[in-house]
Design a protein around this ligand. Structure first.
Ligand SMILES: NC(=O)c1ccc[n+]([C@@H]2O[C@H](COP(=O)([O-])OP(=O)(O)OC[C@H]3O[C@@H](n4cnc5c(N)ncnc54)[C@H](O)[C@@H]3O)[C@@H](O)[C@H]2O)c1
Length: 298
């Protein structure tokens, strides 16, 4: 099975390419930049804002994992983000329709649900895929509009289009910095995304699981780690930082406040990685074999 991965030179893309290769897929990586660690020998440099280039890389594929976007709203102007991401997403969906690609998995984002919650209220906790959406940045607007666009392309082309709403992605060597979020001021600041995160290896695995499932139509899944970035119990955090917010169900221990129940039940997603694998609850590092940090160890 031939799978095209867009954004293959990026953070999630590099790990996803490797995960798919390890699972035995034929992988074509594509990105507008070339990077040595892009893992696959079949790599095509292409700017997906150009429809002709999008068609050339996508034609003949059995599935597309679409990760190419500007990944946040902090380093580019709102206009540049909206223009790049919307055009790229449209071109990828349009090319998939025109070339009859049966399956698309693409990266949406936690930001579509009202982020930052430092200024907006939650409707309830844990937050699930039924929670009202509210995009507050051009990045989130492009993601939310693309979720709508995905529904339209599903109606039009009758193909499977799965959106994975990733939480803040961590690579293994980034966990050493996680304790910087443990001060009281940072806990308050980090409520902006309900202290959610996702290990890049779990994100890559979620792409594979969504690719391998059938009959998903146009659907959306939250993808996070099983826990939060903090050692504090999750229910205590919500009660403290969102005192008026009702609970839809209890939160167990350090469970993520962005519910991954749907991904667990439908995709069989079970996060394997946590900062707790590499740090003690007091923030001191555990002794770990070095190769746990290697890109090859997906
Ligand atoms: N990193 C996170 O915390 C996070 C969280 C939620 C969602 N996401 C989403 O996941 C996806 C991957 O994110 P990432 O963290 O790997 O980002 P990244 O920046 O590391 O990788 C994205 C890649 O997309 C490529 N790209 C951008 N515009 C392109 C274009 N016009 N044509 C071709 N390639 C283009 C970039 O060159 C880059 O290599 C993005 O859609 C992002 O919005 C990321």
């Amino acid at each position: 099975m031939k799978v095209v991965v867009t954004g293959a030179a990026g953070k999630i893309g590099r790990w996803t390419v490797r995960r798919l290769l390890d699972a035995g897929y034929q992988v074509i990586g594509t990105d507008k930049v070339l990077r040595e660690e892009s893992a696959t020998e079949h790599f095509v440099q292409a700017d997906l804002r150009d429809y002709g280039q999008a068609c050339q890389v996508i034609m003949g594929a059995d599935a597309v994992i679409h990760l190419a976007n500007i990944p946040s709203d902090i380093r580019n102007t709102p206009q540049a983000i909206f223009e790049n991401n919307m055009l790229v997403n449209f071109n990828v969906f349009e090319a998939c329709k025109d070339w009859d690609i049966p399956k698309i998995v693409w990266a949406s984002s936690e930001t579509v649900m009202g982020y930052p919650f430092t200024v907006n209220e939650l409707h309830y906790a844990p937050i699930d895929e039924e929670h009202p959406v509210a995009a507050r940045s051009s990045y989130a607007m492009a993601k939310l509009l693309t979720e709508h666009l995905a529904g339209m392309y599903h109606d039009l082309a009758k193909k499977q289009i799965v959106a994975l709403r990733f939480a803040n992605i961590y690579e293994p060597d980034e966990y050493v910095n996680i304790t910087t979020h443990w001060t009281e001021a940072e806990k308050d600041k980090q409520k902006k995304n309900l202290w959610a995160y996702c290990d890049v290896r779990d994100a890559a695995n979620a792409c594979l699981l969504a690719l391998e499932k059938d009959s998903l139509g146009s659907s959306v899944f939250h993808i996070t780690a099983a826990d939060t970035i903090l050692p504090d119990p999750s229910e205590e955090l919500v009660r403290r930082f969102f005192p008026a917010v009702p609970f839809k169900r209890q939160l167990q221990g350090n469970e993520t406040c962005m519910s991954i129940d749907k991904a667990r039940n439908v995709l069989g997603y079970t996060p394997q990685y946590s900062w707790r694998n590499v740090l003690h609850e007091d923030g001191n590092p555990k002794a770990m074999p070095q190769d746990l940090y290697a890109l090859s160890n997906v």
